[in-house]
Each structure stands twice: as structure tokens, then as C-alpha cells.
Design a protein around this ligand. Structure first.
Ligand code: MGD
Ligand code: MGD
Ligand code: SF4
Ligand code: MO
Length: 886
């Protein structure tokens, strides 16, 4: 196969990849990454042959032909619209759609079914940034570009764990910093890996960002750091905004009190900002996923507008996009309150898009936003829903409520590439072609459109999403409107709509690409928009340096914002949620790659020692978390990285990977009043200790849940030849396994398979193994709390292998050659280097830099995602004073 250039399917950095022969590497020619990849991107080759793909459409669990499934969807949607009106149906789609998928789904719902009811998981992700951009600039436009990271003198990261979530951009920043001495400030209530290279970490009280930036605006005004001439020519709202800021944060002491930061730290930040022309402020979910998300965004943009620091090299506000194509989705109108091509529901926009699509049936008002959409499903107002490329049973707030809503919904369609907690609730499941198998485009954080190119056939009957929606459109009677044969056809139409009746008022104009032929589309290099056929002066990689905002008067708007008034119960913890380095969202891909599960093998609740002490919770013991909406049970990590009163839990675990680790089940559904984005980072939870009676592990060739009942804790990781489950329980062990049938079920071995036991029920020690012939199919080790178990790694090495009688005895008697092996935390997942071996190398080899660790152990020399953790280990384990290389 010849070389294929494509784009990484994970985060919004949008790194280019080169597939050449069997190898998959970073594309050195792609301007997002110039060849770099992070741990997830570097592991993509391991996702190409993952088990369990959805291969054929199913209806009620029965396999069906595409025609039957598509006819059924078309009929049920048409019937529902006929009987109950167009707002009784909905699509819930995803920032992991390609632009072409998105365009067709949006055209079908808004243009032809005639409802605004298409929303996307970008509502949980970018909606506050979209709303903030529209309020400030008149359009959802990101003004800057990645090169600003190399050009800035001060980089402010707000609510962004860039080291783990946008790792390649973080590495660009670190390299620039070494060369240029760029200063970095991190504003985050947690001490994250990103803080390792920061000059200043402001460990802000969660939810107080508006006050921090209002305080900054006041400081800028008081210290003559405002660009009055720029404001006079290009901005409105300065006076009122400053007045509101001054009233809500009258002094630096007030700002320090609200944000709970030391006055000196706050002042240091304010002075750095005031005194540096080239300031770049990057922000992500700590800003967006908040009840004040849109105000947070505008509070940041206000400071850039007031100083005129926007659109020039190394400066400006830059919203870090989450998903690979959240931007493309925003461009085609994937959000329920947008129409298409950055047009909204103003009557002239509705008429214009209607003319372009040649439809009389176009929606004339916005549809329901995600949280509201699932509420409408629960109330029975939405009676048919199609969910694609997202897993709301896990990722939505109040996930139990979402699950109940879907169970009660008369008709649920899910398209995905793997079975998920959501597809388990669907009537019709459609097998989607995944990354590597489908063609189209994505737009990254810096407005750059890149091609995603198929480089292998889709397995089974899997098909691309755009095709499914177009087929249903045709079957609903709109043959002409959905006659597209290829993604290139769709892209040309999207490009033409962006330019349609566009006199320059909509910056999103890619009209220059409206007439490209299929070959040009196939060969399209990464391009930044605007790409207008008309000559637009002043555009390029950056926008707005000379004003020219897409508002009626051409000026940007400063928006007066007040902070949230957050009074919280003292006895509850405030649950923050987010991401881990090596997992992607609901783990459908990354959770199936063994080495990506070594960085964090189970979901853990991080809490401050003070809060753990108050609750008598020790490191690595189990705790029960309870909110108004649901419960989780997980192990605890006691750490000073948390503020007292806060706790953190990763968002990734699903019912497929843990007994009770789905965080969405606890999260409240409070939303930002402007954007409708849920506040996913601030749910009140009660945390209590669980007294564990026993622990154990199960190793099994077969996937599935352990089938040990409700009263246990388990978490699962894939291993080389099967699955490993960590187990613990709080009821008497004897009550867990009380029959051979149950045991065979747990081990997933047939009746006639050999079952070997080495148990001492008096001591409550249970050890079982199941064999197919000589081959170890499964084994289960359980012991009372305090009695040690044999190391899992030793048993794991035998799984799926033939064992001699001696080996069996030694395995079950737990006479291991080296009983000391313990489960290790892997820091460098590219080369599987554990924290223990790094610490040992630092101590024994007197290592003092990341480069020395790399030279000795290779850790950190491939993707570099672990460098912040290596620095931390250097600080912890080296002797004497150490200059950590910055
Ligand atoms: N490894 C990995 N990378 C990813 C993803 C993934 O699943 N895994 N997903 C991608 C997607 S879709 C997204 S949206 C991005 C998200 O990227 P990020 O936004 O960087 O990630 P999060 O962990 O959700 O949250 C960021 C930080 O916000 C902080 N925070 C919480 N509350 C507040 C607050 O009130 N104020 C401030 N200032 N900070 C607060 C949290 O402590 C957290 O460290 O990551 C993308 N990249
Ligand atoms: N508590 C909490 N909840 C959160 C967040 C948080 O920080 N905290 N973050 C929120 C954010 S920012 C986001 S972006 C969401 C993400 O949440 P989701 O979108 O629910 O998570 P994913 O696991 O990325 O789901 C994508 C699904 O699409 C499937 N898939 C992959 N490729 C394709 C394809 O080409 N076609 C189809 N049809 N399917 C495909 C995958 O197998 C997977 O099941 O979670 C949100 N929820
Ligand atoms: S930073 Fe990592 S996950 Fe994001 S696009 Fe690049 S390689 Fe993919
Ligand atoms: Mo996201």
C-alpha cells in the first residue's frame, strides 16, 4: 500500500499521521504536530484490530440487512413526525463525526424533517466557548493559531490540563519555553501534570474564574495597561464592563478572598499579564463546563480586548477544542441553536439556508440542547432518537436519568463501532465504519481543515455515518437532497453554502473549495479557513488584529460579567471530573489496549489528606460516593494535589470496565444559562469509607462482567491473553461464591472443563483455576482483608497457556518464584517503564534530568507525554538540591 496521510481521531490538536507500510507515524509535514504524537496517538496502531467490533446492523438484538434496518428507521421517524410533529424526533451526534457526516445529519434534521432537534456532545464540551465567541466577536471564531505558542512570552492556561489533554501542543509550548523563556501560569483548582512546568500555579477555588479575570481587568485599568486607542476603534462595552468588574471585585483583596488565592500570587499574575504584550490565554473544560461557562469565556476575552492583544503574533484568547472535529461540527451547524455555516435562526438566515437547500420545510427555531433533549425523551415528548458516535449513557450528567429515558423511549437507534452502555439500550444498532476506514475532513483548534483518509476497508457490513443518514433521507422521500455519492460531494456542498450570499459578513467562508474535483479533495493539504473566493484583506493564520469583527458595526463586544455566588455545604465534597493521560472518553478504544491501561488501571477518587482523615479513609481503600443523582464505589488516592473540600474523579469508566465507576451517574445537570453546557465539574457529593472484608482477582480469557453479584467492587483491564479483574467486597466472602455453578459462571468455563481448587474455607482463602485441556482458561484468587494474595502478574503470565502439573500446583499454592512482585504503576506507556524502576534509576544512577532518564530507561523518549511525571519523580527521588530542567 502506498503512503497515506491522515489525521488522529482523538483530540482537537488534530495531529497529522503518516501510514506507511505497516507503520503509523506522526506526519512531519503536518503543521499541527510536525511529526510528534502523544501516547494515545502513538498507540493508534494497537486499536486497528481491537476485538468486539459491531459488524452488522441489529434490530432488537437480531441481525438484519442494511435495507431492513434503514427502512425501519425511515418508517419509524416518518410515522412519528406525521403523528406527533417534527419535534417528536431527535438526533444526538458527536464531535467525533467527520464534517461530512455532520453536514448530512444536520441537513436531514433541520432542512427536511424540519426540527432543530439535532444536538451534539459538543454541548458538553465547547458550547460555552461558542456562546462566548458569538457574544464577543459576533461569530464563533477562534482568532489565533498554534504558532502563537512559539511566539508568546506569557502563556496562561485556564482550566486546562494541557499536558494530558492536548499533549502535542503542550510539548510545542515546552520546547518554545526552553528556547524563549516563555513564562507559564496555570489556573486550576487541582495541581495537575501541567503544573510541573509552570512558573506559577494559581490553585483557584473552583468556580471563581470570572472574579479572577474581573480583578485582572480592574488591575489593568488601574495600572494604565489598557489600550485606549484600540478600544476606541474596535471595541464597545468597555466602560460598563469595567464598572461591573469593579463592583463585583472592588479590590485585589476582594479578588483574593473570592478566589481563595494568596494576594501576592494573584498580584504576581496580574503584574505579569499587565507587563507582557505577548500574552496567550488558552482555556478548556475548567472554563467551559461551568454554570458560568460563557461568562468565564467572556471574562477572559474582555482582558484581551481591553489590551488589544488579539490576532497578533503570540497573543490572544485561544479556546482549546476537545474533540477532533468539534470545530467542523460547529461549522456545519451541529448544535441545536445553530443552523449551518455559522448561521443562526434569524429569519433571513433561515430563508437563505432554505433557498440553498431548496426546501420549504426548514426548521425556523432552535431545537433542544443535550440536557433538555434527554429530559424531553424522559417526558415522552421525543419519541424517536438516533444517537451516533457518542455514549450518553456514560458521558451525560445524570446518566441514570438518561438511561431511564432511553429505556422508556419507543424508538432508539445507535450507530457506533463498538458495543457501549448506550448501544445496550437501543432498538436498532448500526455498525459504523471507524477511523482508518472512512474519508472526510476535520477542523482542529486553529481552524485548520485536514483530511481524514481511509487506509483499510471497513470490517463486516460497517458503513460511514454520512451514508446512513443520507440513506434514511432518501428513504424518507428526499432523493435529490441526499443524492451525494461521496464525501467529496458533501464537502463541495458545504463549501458552497459557506460562501452562499456571503458578502463577507460571515467569516466562515471556504468558497474557494466549492468547486474542487475529487482528486483535489483527495489530495487536500491541511488548510486554515477563511478560504474565500473573494480577496479578504487581513486574514491569514490570525484574525482581528485590525478589528473587522463580524458584528453589525464591525466592533467586538466586551461583556459585563459578575461571578457565581457559590455557597456550598461544608460537609459535602465538591466533585470535579475530567481526563486521564492515556484514556479517551468512554474507553471504547483506549480501554481495550493493554498498555494504555497501565498508567491508571482503575478509576480512583482523588481527595485531600484533610478530607480523607475526617472520613477515616486511607490511601487505596474503597469509598462510596453519593450525590443527589447516583452512587459510585471506587478506590481513593489521598493527595495534596487536591484542594481541601474538592475531590476529583476521571470521567472514563463505564459499566463494561468497572462495577460502579460511571461518574456521569452522579453528576448534576445544572447548565450554563447562556450556552446550555452542563457544569460537569462541581457536583456536591457525600463520601464515606467502605470497610473491605476481602480482596482478590480474577483472570479470564473471556470478557464480560465478573458475575459476582451487586455487592462487590471490581475493575477490569485487558491483558495480553484475556482480562484481569481486581475484586473486593464488604460482605462475608463465603456468601459470594456458594456453588460450583456460580464458580463456573464466574470463570466462564463450560460444565465439562476441569476445575481445580485450592481453598481453605476455614481461613476464607479461595483459589480456583479452570482448564481447557492443559490450557489455563481462568483463575480466581480471593482472600480476607489482610491476607496477602499471590502477585497477579505471575498468574497472568500463564493465562491461555498450557501448564504442567507442577506449575498448576505452584500457581494455586501461590508458591511463586518471587513473591515480592507487586502491581506497578506504569509511567512511560510507550516503553512500559514503571514508577518504581524510574525512582530506582534516579536514586541509584543519581540522575538529575529527563534526558538522563531517557538515556538509561528510554522512558519519555518517544511521545513525551510522561515528561511532566518524570520531572515530578526527579523532584521526589533525587538527593539534595536539584535543578529540575525546565
Ligand atoms: N487524554 C485525553 N485527552 C483528551 C481527551 C480525553 O478523553 N483524554 N478528551 C478531549 C476532549 S473532548 C476535551 S473536551 C479536552 C478537555 O481537556 P481539559 O479541559 O484540559 O481536561 P479536563 O480534565 O476535562 O479539565 C481540565 C481542568 O479543569 C480543571 N477545573 C475544574 N474546575 C475548574 C474551575 O472552576 N476553574 C478552573 N480554572 N479549572 C477548573 C480541572 O481540575 C482539570 O484539571 O481533552 C481532549 N483531550
Ligand atoms: N463527568 C464528565 N462528563 C463528561 C465530561 C467531563 O469532563 N466530565 N466531558 C464531556 C466532554 S467534553 C465530551 S467531548 C464527552 C465525550 O463523551 P462521549 O462522546 O460519550 O465519549 P466517547 O467515548 O468519545 O464516545 C464516542 C463513541 O463513538 C464511537 N465511535 C468512534 N468512532 C466512530 C465513528 O466514526 N462513527 C460512529 N458512529 N461511532 C464512532 C466510539 O466507539 C464511542 O462509543 O463527555 C462529556 N462528559
Ligand atoms: S495530541 Fe495526541 S490525541 Fe491529540 S491529535 Fe495529537 S496525537 Fe492525537
Ligand atoms: Mo470534549
Amino acid at each position: 500500500m502506498s503512503d497515506v496521510r491522515t489525521t488522529c481521531p482523538y483530540c482537537g490538536v488534530g495531529c497529522g499521521l503518516m501510514v506507511s507500510g505497516g507503520a503509523l507515524k506522526g506526519d512531519i509535514a503536518h503543521p499541527a504536530n510536525y511529526g510528534r504524537l502523544c501516547s494515545k496517538g502513538a498507540a493508534l496502531k494497537d486499536t486497528l484490530s481491537l476485538p468486539d467490533r459491531l459488524l452488522v446492523p441489529t434490530i432488537g438484538g437480531r441481525e438484519a440487512a442494511w435495507d431492513e434496518a434503514l427502512d425501519l428507521i425511515a418508517t419509524r421517524f416518518a410515522e412519528t413526525v406525521r403523528t406527533h410533529g417534527p419535534d417528536a424526533v431527535a438526533f444526538y451526534v458527536s464531535g467525533q463525526f467527520l464534517t461530512e457526516d455532520y453536514y448530512i445529519a444536520n441537513k436531514l434534521m433541520k432542512g427536511f424533517i424540519g426540527s432543530g432537534n439535532i444536538d451534539t456532545n459538543s454541548r458538553l464540551c465547547m458550547a460555552s466557548s461558542v456562546a462566548g465567541h458569538i457574544r464577543a466577536f459576533g461569530e464563533d471564531v477562534v482568532p489565533g493559531c498554534y504558532e502563537d505558542l512559539e511566539e508568546a512570552d506569557l502563556v496562561v492556561l485556564v482550566g486546562s490540563n494541557m499536558a494530558w489533554c492536548h499533549p502535542v501542543l503542550y510539548q510545542r509550548l515546552i520546547v518554545a519555553r526552553e528556547r524563549r523563556g516563555t513564562r507559564v501560569v496555570v489556573i486550576d483548582p487541582r495541581r495537575t501534570a501541567t503544573c510541573e512546568t509552570a512558573d506559577l500555579h494559581l490553585q483557584i477555588a473552583a468556580g471563581s474564574d470570572v472574579s479572577l479575570f474581573n480583578g485582572l481587568l480592574v488591575h489593568l485599568a488601574e495600572n494604565h495597561a489598557i489600550d485606549e486607542a484600540w478600544i476606541a476603534s474596535h471595541v464597545t462595552g468597555f466602560g460598563e464592563t469595567l464598572k461591573t468588574a469593579g463592583m463585583s471585585v472592588p479590590s485585589i483583596d476582594a479578588a483574593a478572598a473570592i478566589t481563595q488565592l494568596a494576594r501576592e500570587d494573584l498580584l504576581r499574575f496580574y503584574e505579569m499579564f499587565a507587563g507582557t504584550e505577548r500574552v496567550l490565554t488558552l482555556y478548556s473544560q475548567g472554563v467551559n463546563q461551568s454554570a458560568a461557562g460563557t461568562d468565564n469565556v467572556n471574562a477572559i476575552i474582555n482582558c484581551h480586548l481591553a489590551t488589544g492583544r488579539i490576532g497578533r503574533a503570540g497573543m490572544g484568547p485561544l479556546s482549546l477544542t476537545g474533540q477532533p472535529n468539534a470545530m467542523g461540527g460547529r461549522e456545519v451547524g451541529g448544535l441545536a441553536n445553530q443552523l449551518a455555516a455559522h448561521m443562526g435562526f434569524a429569519p433571513e438566515d433561515v430563508a437563505r439556508v432554505g433557498r440553498f437547500w431548496k426546501t420549504a420545510n426548514i426548521a425556523s427555531r432552535p431545537g433542544r440542547k443535550a440536557v433538555d433533549m434527554f429530559d424531553a425523551v424522559a417526558r415522552g415528548e421525543i419519541k424517536a432518537i438516533w444517537i451516533a458516535a457518542t455514549n450518553p449513557a456514560v458521558s451525560m450528567p445524570r446518566a441514570n436519568h438518561v438511561r431511564e429515558a432511553l429505556k422508556a423511549c419507543p424508538f432508539v437507534v445507535v450507530s457506533d463501532a463498538w458495543p457501549t452502555d448506550t448501544s445496550a439500550l437501543a432498538h436498532v444498532v448500526l455498525p459504523a465504519a471507524g477511523w482508518a476506514e472512512k474519508d472526510g475532513t476535520v477542523t482542529n483548534t486553529e481552524r485548520r481543515i485536514s483530511r481524514q483518509r481511509a487506509f483499510r476497508p471497513a470490517p463486516g457490513a460497517a458503513r460511514p455515518d454520512w451514508w446512513m443518514f443520507a440513506e434514511v433521507g432518501r428513504r424518507m422521500g428526499w432523493e435529490d437532497a441526499f443524492a451525494h455519492r461521496t464525501p467529496a460531494d458533501i464537502f463541495r456542498e458545504h463549501a458552497a453554502l459557506s460562501a452562499f450570499e456571503n458578502d463577507g459578513r460571515r467569516l466562515l467562508d471556504i468558497g474557494a473549495l466549492a468547486d474542487i474535483d475529487d482528486e483535489t479533495y483527495d489530495a487536500l493539504p491541511p488548510l486554515q479557513w477563511p478560504l474565500s473566493k473573494r480577496e479578504i484583506s487581513g486574514t491569514g493564520p490570525r484574525l482581528f488584529a485590525r478589528g473587522g469583527f463580524p458584528t453589525p458595526d464591525g466592533r467586538a463586544r466586551m461583556v459585563p460579567v459578575k461571578g457565581l455566588d457559590e455557597r456550598r455545604s461544608q460537609s459535602l465534597l465538591r466533585l470535579n471530573t475530567g481526563r486521564l493521560r492515556d484514556q479517551w472518553h468512554t474507553m471504547t478504544r483506549t480501554g481495550r489496549v493493554p498498555h494504555l491501561m497501565t498508567h491508571a488501571a482503575a478509576p480512583k477518587l482523588a481527595m485531600h489528606p484533610r478530607d480523607a482523615g475526617l472520613r477515616r479513609i486511607a490511601e487505596n481503600t474503597l469509598a462510596r460516593l453519593k450525590s443527589e443523582h447516583g452512587v459510585a464505589i471506587l478506590r481513593v488516592s489521598v493527595t495534596e494535589e487536591q484542594r481541601p473540600g474538592d475531590a476529583f474523579m476521571p470521567m472514563h469508566w463505564t459499566d463494561q470496565f468497572s462495577s460502579a465507576g460511571v461518574i456521569g451517574k452522579l453528576v448534576m445537570d445544572r447548565t450554563d444559562p447562556v450556552s446550555g453546557q452542563p457544569d460537569l465539574k462541581a457536583t456536591d457529593v457525600q463520601v464515606t469509607a467502605i470497610e473491605t472484608q476481602w480482596t482478590g482477582f480474577l483472570l479470564r480469557r473471556q470478557d464480560g462482567t465478573p458475575s459476582l453479584g451487586e455487592q462487590i467492587y471490581w475493575s477490569k483491564v485487558p491483558v495480553a491473553s484475556g482480562f484481569a479483574f481486581e475484586l473486593a467486597g464488604w460482605t462475608a466472602l463465603a456468601s459470594v461464591i456458594h456453588s460450583e455453578d456460580i464458580l463456573r459462571q464466574v470463570l466462564r468455563i463450560p460444565r465439562d472443563a476441569e476445575l481445580v481448587s485450592y481453598s481453605d474455607p476455614r481461613k476464607s482463602v479461595f483459589r480456583y483455576a479452570g482448564f481447557a485441556g492443559d490450557r489455563l482458561e481462568a483463575c480466581l484468587f480471593l482472600a480476607p482483608e489482610g491476607v496477602s494474595l499471590p502477585p497477579r502478574e505471575v498468574a497472568q503470565a500463564f493465562l491461555g497457556r498450557a501448564m504442567t502439573p507442577m506449575e498448576r500446583v505452584s500457581l494455586l499454592a501461590a508458591l511463586t518464584p518471587d513473591g515480592s512482585a507487586v502491581s506497578q504503576k506504569i509511567i512511560c506507556s510507550c516503553f512500559s517503564v514503571s514508577a518504581e524502576s524510574i525512582a530506582e534509576a534516579i536514586r541509584d544512577g543519581k540522575l538529575s534530568s529527563v534526558a538522563e532518564i531517557g538515556a538509561r530507561l528510554k522512558a519519555g523518549t518517544n511521545c513525551g507525554s510522561c515528561i511532566p511525571e518524570l520531572k515530578k519523580l526527579l523532584q521526589e527521588h533525587s538527593e539534595g538540591d536539584l535543578m529540575v530542567a525546565k
